[in-house]
Design a protein around this ligand. Structure first.
Ligand code: CUA
Length: 196
């Protein structure tokens, strides 16, 4: 019969050494915590994706950057704010070194707003501080972001992707007007913030 002293696994551990079973239990607990965090994050992604409240930064819609000004959706006459049949609005913008065209768009508050933006030259960024609007604008692709503005006011729209020497001066505005005042604006006023 072996006594305890001859089995090294049964010998009392020196001070400072944590017993193996305690280590295993602690590891199990951390593994459970990490796995449940992963589960919660996956659930959030699946639920927001299924409810269409998840906005990827862009969608895979392509456009020819060299000819987009000649006709179609991004022809100059088609830029700015358009009212859709359902009452929502779509704002179409072109980003180029070093401006957005148009440089200001007016939209109604408390109304679904969809921005569709593309670039004619290099990668630009489109950011509306304090909103969920933040996307890269990549030449050859149409970026699309949706939001609802709850507060009227002027939102500054800086280019947030370094695009060259004039990057710091590249910015535009979105003017959010109260929902009931928007229909009074003429189509020209919707696409400009200049006093008519
Ligand atoms: Cu355009 Cu930075």
């Amino acid at each position: 019969m072996a006594d305890i002293g001859s089995n090294p696994l049964k010998r009392p551990l020196p001070d400072g050494i944590v017993p193996e079973d305690l280590v295993a239990r602690t590891e199990d607990r951390w593994l459970t915590v990490v796995l449940s965090m992963l589960g919660v994050m996956m659930a959030i992604i699946v639920v927001t994706g299924a409810l269409h409240s998840l906005h990827p930064s862009s969608n895979v819609e392509t456009i020819e950057p060299v000819t987009l000004h000649l006709g179609g959706e991004f022809a100059e006459s088609n830029l700015g704010t358009a009212v859709e049949p359902g009452g929502s609005v779509t704002v179409r913008l072109v980003a180029e070194q070093y401006s957005f065209v148009p440089d200001c768009a007016q939209v109604p508050a408390d109304t679904p707003v969809k921005f569709r933006i593309t670039s004619t030259d290099v990668i630009h960024g489109f950011l509306l501080p304090a909103t969920n609007v933040n996307t890269m604008v990549v030449p050859g692709y149409i970026a699309e972001v949706r939001t609802v503005f709850s507060r009227p006011g002027v939102y500054v729209m800086p280019c947030n992707e370094f695009c060259g020497y004039g990057h710091h001066g590249m910015w535009a505005r979105v003017k959010v007007v109260p929902r009931d005042q928007f229909p009074d604006l003429s189509p020209v006023e919707r696409t400009s913030c200049a006093k008519q």
